[in-house]
Ligand binder design. Sequence first.
Ligand code: C2O
Ligand code: CU
Ligand code: CU
Length: 505
Amino acid sequence: MHRRGFLAAGLATVLSGSRALAQMKMDGMSDMDSMSDMGGHAGHDMGAMALDAAVPEGAALRELPTLASEAGRPGLFKAKLTAAPATARFAADRDTPILAYNGTSPGPLIEAYEGDRVEITFANRIEGEQSTIHWHGMPVPADQDGNPMDPVAAGADRVYGFELPEGSAGSYWYHPHPHGRTAEQVYRGLAGAFVVKAKADPVPAAYGDTVLMFTDLRLAADGSMPDNTMNDLMNGRVGDHVLVNGQKNPRLTVAMGAKRRLRLYNATNARFLRLAFEGAAMTIIGTDGGLLGKPVAANEIMLSPAERIELVVAFDRAGTATLTTLDYDRGWMGPGRPADAGLTLLTVDVSKTPGEAMPPLPERLRPIAPLGQPAVSRRLVFTETMAMNATGMEMGFLINGKAFDMERVDIVARAGETELWEIVNQADMDHPFHLHGTQFQVVERERDGKVAKPPYLAWKDTVNVARSETVRLLLRQERPGQRMYHCHILEHEQLGMMGILDVEA
Ligand code: C2O
Ligand code: CU
Ligand code: CU
């Protein structure tokens, strides 16, 4: 049997076996409130559609609130982030219980400069759950990176402290990473942007600098967020409303001729965003780890879960420009594949009166040196399995045949040594690969025997590995300690598609 059919059949077995449900509960992954919700999206889509009209669209785009530094001097960024239950108004007439950093979701935007020291006190006020703050993509010491091995207990505080090295300017983010609870804490609202700014930024300040953080909301008719279903565990949780900075299809007003610098973040658990700007021209200027060598014009962009991209968008035509989604087949398992295409994420009103003339974007942004010849090569093979055990059917999302084990080191590497990693996706779904602690360079992709070089050299910490595809990348870890690598569909990470890299000094 083809593996997809096998998995779908396996899912049906899980759905009919109450022991398997008990197993899922024991694993702490989900509470199954409603069996009828598990066959696919169909069940809850009806409810969501009834509620759709009640999720208001078209409000003015909210810029993310920034986290103020309490240090009172340049060079040090000092603040507190408290994770706690809160409520949000997504539907017009009812509150939604969420988890929030400092009461807001997405969390407050952190802006600091290259060369700064950062000291953030994390207060975990999530009842009965441990948590951590992971600094996604940032070059922080391993013991400050919020690994699942370093949990912060419910009610406890801890300080994360690190330096932002020169050259580290980029579009990073922060989110929880506790063992077994990451997916849920993130979809309930815990994620925020962390922008490291360059002291000398080649992008004109007149373009502004706006973070657009995409999250994915599913609302039940009573305004609550339903728990993950079996379908969510398999495909990753996809919601019904893609939000930008917590709003559905907000509006932005610009003058004709304006150029805007936009940092797009895919902070969804599992939604693949293939995007186009209708009525405006996009230029890619940066990726996860900061600026490219030079700008690259683009008709469309692809952001898999956890990826970021920095754009300059030119609004040269009066009228309406919209950021919309295009179709992308990432290998959906079972029924209920959500509609990917035709969602309007952001509407921009471009005025008839031209604004001030904008300075041009420089032709060169910053040098990116290739990482060079690797001293070591490694191969990581991603697979999906269904297996019988004593308690029932179990889904597995594996790397080199193994599920994550917090007590096991999977790879030992040396600090400062360049490595070639070959990520081989032998599964039926795309899996966005992410590595902690450093930025890497994608050197080639291979599919059906065809090898393709990426269109530009870039610093990345997350890269989509499409089904049946192999992605080769170069990386170098500069700091010792344990680093996670995993699929950033957070439900897959939680079901085992993660490993530990131990970097020796
Ligand atoms: Cu954004 Cu290990 O994660
Ligand atoms: Cu990370
Ligand atoms: Cu995955």
